[in-house]
Every structure is written in structure tokens, then in C-alpha cells.
Unconditional design. Structure first.
Length: 117
């Protein structure tokens, strides 16, 4: 039996554009971590995390369509994905404070953050 043919990778964006797209995730995450506490205080954790999840989901669904539209649209969508991913870092502390006993918070937080490894 012969090996399947290899596919050639085709880059849609230039290296500079790719760098900008990767950076937008970090910028969105940074922006998100600044404003999320205000939303938690105003709307509560449940509604804030639901909103962030919806934002991330919509951005993920729209990304393929934006690639066909324009680079600027992809930049905006990547920023929104960064906002959605910023929620995951803040939620670790929020969930640990709300759900874990005081004596077990360190262990609880280490279990919640193992997905980053």
C-alpha cells in the first residue's frame, strides 16, 4: 500500500499579518482581564462568563467568513477571541474564591490551571 499524498500548506497571510493576528489574541486577553472585574461586580459571575462565552463562540463561528471578507475583519474577530480567552484566566480566581474552602484554594487553583501546561 502506498502512502497518501502530502498536502502542501498554503499561507493566506503574510508573515507580518500572521504576527498581527497572533498579537490580537494577546491584546484582547489583556483588555478583557482589565474590564472583566467591572462586569462581574455589575452583572455577577454567571452572566459575565455567559456573555464572554457567547462572544468567543460567535467570533469563532464568524472567523472563516471574515477570512474571505478582509484582513481587518479577521483582526477584529481575533481580538474578540482574545476577549473570550481572557475570561478563562480570570475565572480561575473567581471560581476558586466562590467554590473552594479557604484551606484548599491553592490545590483547587492548581487543578484548575493545569490546562495551561
Amino acid at each position: 500500500m502506498s502512502a497518501p499524498p502530502r498536502m502542501k500548506a498554503v499561507s493566506i497571510f503574510s508573515p507580518e499579518e500572521q504576527a498581527a493576528l497572533y498579537s490580537m489574541i494577546g491584546i484582547g486577553t489583556f483588555f478583557s482581564s482589565i474590564i472583566i472585574f467591572k462586569f462581574i461586580q455589575k452583572f455577577g459571575g454567571r452572566w459575565t462568563f455567559t456573555g464572554y462565552g457567547i462572544c468567543s463562540g460567535i467570533a469563532t463561528i464568524l472567523l472563516p467568513f471574515c477570512v474571505d471578507h478582509s484582513f481587518a475583519a479577521v483582526i477584529v474577530i481575533r481580538f474578540l477571541q482574545g476577549i473570550g480567552s481572557g475570561m478563562s484566566f480570570v475565572s480561575v480566581g473567581y471560581v476558586a474564591t466562590a467554590w473552594s474552602p479557604t484551606q484548599q484554594r491553592g490545590l483547587f487553583m492548581s487543578c484548575l490551571t493545569t490546562f495551561n501546561q
